[in-house]
Design a protein around this ligand. Structure first.
Ligand code: HEM
Length: 400
């Protein structure tokens, strides 16, 4: 264990903005001192060791998802994320049929085009806000492309998604703007589905494929189609935006690693994997116990909410040598930033490809770069880790 045992009591509150600035020392204490942590005030338990988190992810019968995968009340929509086997198995195989590795590869030219388009807006300026000008734009445009959402609607969808994910400091409740954001997204897709059904043409993208699908021998109903679109927007947008930001920040603050990447861009995939391990954008997922479980001498009752701290598991010294060091040379890539087991991220290949392209394009465009530490603003959310604002300056690379 990396933590120095301490007698000071400590609180783990995933909504605490101070803690979210640097949760890793608290994770280390959780792993060392309270591997089954109980927060009575917020009403949850938390598992922080790699092996415990992995075991829980592989036991959906005990650690179920149907009551939601965050501390907040679950969405009323039939989302894949909040289903359990056997329903989950059927629906996942259906979604997987339209979201194949081939589809991801086919998206690569669009990803490159979208990335270049946003980069061209600021590449000569020598300064930008990485989130506002680039990483907050590209993933949403790529998902929109994947789903078949027209370009004219993409900004609005991004705005609603941001509102939906944001939380007030220390408060787990979804703010009114969040509920409004989610409602707007729902209404948007309901309108698209209606229009496409009426026209008799399923139309482009995965939305078109969903409209042609059957579940249990019946055409997929509108609610499922809308929920599938909703799922891709919420699962693949913010997470990728934040991962690109986290990768750029860690490279800026580890100049030796960044130099290695400039010297050999073939190292970019290693930098992406190490960012996922070191600072993945999904720090935790929640489960609900279907039965009483006793672990490390602590009994968690049936119905308890249990947070599985992926971000902590990925810093577990039992699995990763020198875990607090950001190291793109690391050979052990057994991180669980994309979860594990039946719910393992369906979009992992797409997120990896998108982040690789982002790092490739940003490093080609910038001969060097630095973030303005005082003006970095964290995104405050219970489980998404990253920045809301990342002002940076850079030396434009004029060779291209
Ligand atoms: C850095 C980016 C991403 C991270 C860190 C991430 C992380 C995760 C994690 C941890 C889960 C498991 C949730 C659980 O066990 O309850 C998950 C599930 C999922 N992710 Fe991602 N994700 C990312 C990007 C994407 C993208 C780009 C897409 C799609 C375009 C996507 C689609 C999904 C879907 C559909 C699921 C649900 C799978 C299921 O419940 O069976 N994700 N993701």
């Amino acid at each position: 264990m990396t933590a120095t045992p301490s007698t000071e009591p400590f609180v783990y509150n995933p909504y605490d903005a101070d803690l979210n600035r640097d949760p890793f020392p608290v994770y280390a204490r959780l792993r060392a001192e309270a591997p089954v942590y109980h927060n009575a005030e917020l009403g949850f338990y938390a598992l922080s060791r790699y092996s415990d988190v992995l075991d829980a992810l592989h036991d959906p019968e005990t650690y179920c998802s149907r009551h939601g995968i965050t501390l907040e009340p679950r969405s009323p929509l039939p989302l894949l994320l909040t289903m359990d086997p056997p329903e989950h198995t059927r629906v996942r195989s259906l979604v997987s049929r339209s979201f194949t590795p081939r589809r991801v590869l086919e998206l690569e030219p669009a990803m490159r085009r979208i990335s270049t388009r946003w980069l061209d807006e600021f590449r000569d300026r020598g300064e930008c806000d990485l989130i506002r000008d680039y990483s907050g734009k590209v993933p949403m445009d790529v998902i929109s492309e994947l789903l078949g959402v027209p370009e004219a609607d993409q900004d609005l969808l991004r705005e609603w998604t941001d509102a939906m994910m944001s939380r007030e400091d220390g408060n787990p409740d979804i703010p009114p703007a969040g509920i409004e954001g989610a409602t707007n997204i729902y209404r948007y897709f309901a309108g698209e589905v209606k229009q496409r059904r009426r026209s008799g043409e399923p139309g482009p993208g995965m939305l078109g494929s969903f409209l042609d699908m059957e579940l249990d021998g019946e055409p997929l109903d509108d609610l499922h189609v809308i929920s599938f679109c909703f799922l891709f927007i919420i699962a693949g947008n913010e997470t990728t935006t934040k991962l690109i930001g986290n990768a750029m920040y860690r490279l800026a603050t580890n100049p030796d690693q960044r130099a290695a990447l400039y010297a050999d861009p073939g190292r970019i995939p290693d930098a992406v994997e190490e960012t996922l391990r070191f600072e993945g954008s999904t720090q935790q997922v929640a489960r609900t116990l279907t039965r009483e479980v006793t672990l490390h001498g602590v009994t968690m009752p049936e119905g308890a909410k249990v947070l599985l701290l992926l971000g902590s598991a990925n810093h577990d010294g039992e699995v990763f040598a020198d875990p607090e060091r950001f190291d793109i040379d690391r050979r052990n890539t057994a991180h669980i930033a994309f979860g594990h087991g039946v719910h393992v991220c369906l979009g992992a290949a797409m997120a990896r490809l998108e982040t690789r392209i982002a790092l490739e394009h940003l490093h080609e465009a910038m001969a060097d770069y630095a973030f303005d530490e005082d003006r970095l603003v964290r995104f405050n959310s219970g489980n998404v880790r990253g920045y809301a604002q990342m002002p940076m300056t850079f030396t434009p690379d004029r060779r291209r």
